[in-house]
Ligand binder design. Structure first.
Ligand SMILES: Cc1cc2nc3c(=O)[nH]c(=O)nc-3n(C[C@H](O)[C@H](O)[C@H](O)COP(=O)(O)OP(=O)(O)OC[C@H]3O[C@@H](n4cnc5c(N)ncnc54)[C@H](O)[C@@H]3O)c2cc1C
Length: 266
């Protein structure tokens, strides 16, 4: 273990200043990715900037048309959201990992990390959320850029994620039986005049299935998927699942997400 410094930032301004002052510094949320990665020698921060004392970063605020989730909100807290416009989001958060991880992991840490097998990116993209940072607002369509990569600048801090309330939304993942991480997942959101479909676990980065969105915007039912098939090109092919198997799973995950969306009407 190498020597490092640890500071609990008292304000966003302090965290921003510390992060800008040291290119090897890392923000610490719940440590659920950062610490295991460190133990495996995948990173070696010189300074950990703990965000947990910064007031307001863990808040959930429910407005008329939106729900704003603070970057430090733990998964367990989001899972308890009761607003009818947030059922899909709460459903997704409730299915992340186990109680220990859900009580430490945060939405900000999850989407900053952008693991292709993580759950939250599917909700952020499927719900067309906006990522609010210390300096700008980033639309979900521009936020997730590639494998473990986002539009964040090195010294940028996620402050909150703003979700529009939708009529209905459902999420289903085929979870790896050992880790709980996503093999293939689908988030389907009904905006009334259109439908968005986000797929995670299948490629190097979460993506929208626009062909499926067109079908479901005409008819939001599993019948609409009757002739729908996915080619294995560009799908992940690894020890967890082949590209062909993932191609097989995608329409089925979408169908199960539609069923869940219908089980939890607003
Ligand atoms: C055993 C286990 C099982 C898991 N299973 C699942 C699962 O099934 N599904 C799933 O989705 N996830 C799963 N996770 C991941 C977990 O849900 C965490 O959300 C995720 O690891 C991020 O952790 P964290 O919030 O503690 O962030 P940290 O680990 O503290 O940070 C992660 C990264 O994000 C950066 N960061 C943190 N906060 C911010 C911020 N506000 N702004 C900018 N950058 C920031 C950090 O610098 C770091 O690079 C699992 C984790 C474990 C340990």
């Amino acid at each position: 273990m190498h020597a490092f410094d640890y500071i609990r930032a008292a304000s966003l301004a302090e965290a921003e200043r510390l992060l800008g002052s040291d290119p090897e510094a890392k923000l610490l949320a719940g440590g659920q990715t950062l610490l295991p990665a460190w133990k495996h020698g995948l990173n070696a921060p010189s300074l950990l900037i703990d965000l947990q004392d910064i007031g307001g970063l863990s808040e959930l605020s429910i407005e008329r048309d939106t729900i704003t989730v603070g970057a430090m909100a733990r998964h367990a807290k989001v899972a308890r959201l009761e607003d009818s416009g947030a059922t899909g989001l709460a459903m997704l958060a409730a299915g992340i990992a186990d109680p220990q991880v859900r009580n430490l992991g945060t939405i900000g840490g999850s989407i900053a990390n952008n693991d292709p097998a993580a759950d939250y990116p599917a909700a952020v993209l499927g719900l067309n959320a906006t990522v609010i940072t210390n300096r700008r607002a980033i639309a979900a369509d521009r936020f997730f850029t590639d494998l473990f990569s986002t539009a964040l600048e090195p010294d940028e801090i996620i402050v909150a994620v703003r979700f529009p309330k939708v009529l209905r939304a459902g999420y289903f993942k085929v979870a790896n039986p050992a880790s709980g991480y996503v093999t293939v997942g689908a988030f389907v959101a009904d905006f009334g005049d259109h439908v968005r479909v986000a797929i995670n676990g299948a490629r190097t980065c979460v993506y929208r299935d626009e062909a499926c969105e067109r079908l479901l915007s005409e008819d939001l039912s599993t019948d609409a998927l009757h002739d729908y098939a996915v080619a294995p090109d560009n799908l992940n092919d690894d020890l967890h699942a082949s590209a062909n198997y993932r191609a097989h799973l995608i329409p089925r995950a979408i169908a199960r997400a539609i069923q869940r969306l219908n089980e939890t009407p607003s």
